[in-house]
Ligand binder design. Structure first.
Ligand code: PLP
Length: 404
């Protein structure tokens, strides 16, 4: 059998492969990017589904329009406006999670060998989605304020085949970093100047625990060249598989036709459930509860990092989201350390940073999730790992220095 070329580029997720190690119940895994299931609004969702199936089953179980049910599009538009982005229901396309937006935008924009600009490191789920369309990648350095705009400008100058800039400005996955206001403005200017589309992927945007609210790139968009992606996964539940795109008319129309071709529509009953949930319960209260819980968990992770990890290990102080990003000394191999030391000796797993780099892998990083595990487990897992690293790292640093 002869498969299409594009299938060769479709790899399994290195994260999922690594997460296998975390499925042993005796292992504490900081690997997954999951929300805390204890915080799912299960009772409220049960009530909502009961109402729908008892009173509105004929509509809830029927096909519906491809763009998403009108009331949910209107509610999403209202949330976007409350967040400072001008938006009407007509600007919203309901998606199977933000992940579907990554696929549809890539399908809309990319021919084989076109270039996508991504942050270095970037979200693995995005490169997995983009790879199907056989692009090249150009990576842009990150620091504590997000993408380095001077580097981006240089990359755009030497890569005329760039069609798309993919960015996660809010609590980036994997680093937890948020893009500063000045860089947001500059990014829009550069996209206008070089005539490229910006894909703003922001599923964590509502999960801010501290710091100032920053405008979406979409709200700063002057030429209709930003596609914003949002998600109900982290503020309701990922099992609903509901997200949305906001884009200007022409772009949204193209995405809507691609969605129709791909899957006809999102689940009617799930869209109605999300809509009835938003109508019945104050979602901001639920988000505040989730933020308070994640902020406490993040605090415990930071406390353990400060008190038990060697000072040569650095981490990002994410102001929200689900992750912190660790940087170990140069030469430290985070994958080998996990497989040879952390798993057998401390029974702790995490995601080594390597697969998040789209072009040149760096081995001395790791992503740690602080949302999924119970508080005591975070403290005990991080303490175990910190103690192991404290015993291991001085020894390794010496041998690295000797090699140098
Ligand atoms: C940056 C980023 N984009 C998109 C997604 C996909 O989210 P969804 O569940 O809405 O498909 C995730 C999931 O974790 C993510 O981290």
């Amino acid at each position: 059998m002869q498969f299409a070329n594009r299938v060769k580029k479709v790899q399994s997720s290195a994260i999922r492969d690594l997460l296998r190690y975390g499925t042993d119940p005796s292992v504490i895994s900081f690997g997954g990017g999951y929300p805390d299931p204890q915080l799912f609004p299960s009772d409220k969702l049960r009530a909502v589904y009961e109402t729908l199936l008892c009173k509105h089953a004929h509509r809830a179980l029927q096909y519906t329009v491809s763009d998403g049910i009108p009331e949910l599009r209107a509610q999403i538009a209202q949330r976007m406006r409350d967040d400072g982005t001008s938006c009407t229901a007509d600007d919203v396309l309901v998606l199977h999670g933000a992940q579907q937006g990554l696929d549809l935008v890539a399908k809309m924009m990319l021919e084989p060998d076109d270039t996508v600009v991504v942050e270095d490191p970037t979200f693995l789920g995005a490169t997995i989605a983009f790879n199907v369309f056989e692009p090249r990648y150009a990576t842009v350095r990150m620091d504590g304020e997000g993408m380095d705009m001077e580097h981006l400008e240089a990359v755009l100058r030497v890569n005329p085949s760039v069609k798309l800039i993919y960015t996660m400005p809010d609590f980036q996955n994997p680093t937890g970093v948020t893009m500063s206001l000045a860089r947001r403005h500059r990014l829009i200017e550069l996209a206008n100047q070089f005539d490229v589309l910006i894909l703003e992927d922001s599923p964590y945007r509502s999960l801010r625990f501290e710091g100032s609210h920053l405008p979406t790139l979409k709200s700063l968009d002057t030429e209709g060249r930003v596609v914003f992606l949002g998600s109900f996964s982290k503020i309701m539940a990922p099992g609903l598989r509901l997200g949305w795109a906001v884009a200007s008319g022409d772009v949204l129309g193209k995405l809507a036709r691609l969605k129709l071709a791909a899957d006809t529509q999102c689940s009617t009953v799930n869209m109605m459930a999300a809509s009835l949930f938003l109508d019945t319960y104050p979602i901001e209260e639920h988000i505040a509860t989730v933020c308070a819980a994640y902020s406490r968990k993040r605090g415990l992770m930071f406390q353990a990092l400060d008190s038990t990890f060697p000072s040569s290990v650095h981490y990002t102080r994410a102001e929200g989201g689900l992750f912190t990003w660790l940087t170990f000394p140069d030469g430290f191999d985070a994958t080998r350390f996990m497989l040879d030391e952390a798993l057998p000796k401390a029974k702790v797993a995490y995601v080594p940073g390597e697969p998040f780099f789209a072009t040149t892998p760096h081995i001395n990083h790791a992503r740690f999730n602080f949302s999924a595990l119970p508080e005591v487990t975070i403290t005990s897992g991080m303490t175990r790992l910190g103690e192991l690293l404290s015993a291991y790292l001085p020894h390794v640093t010496t041998s690295i220095e000797q090699i140098a």
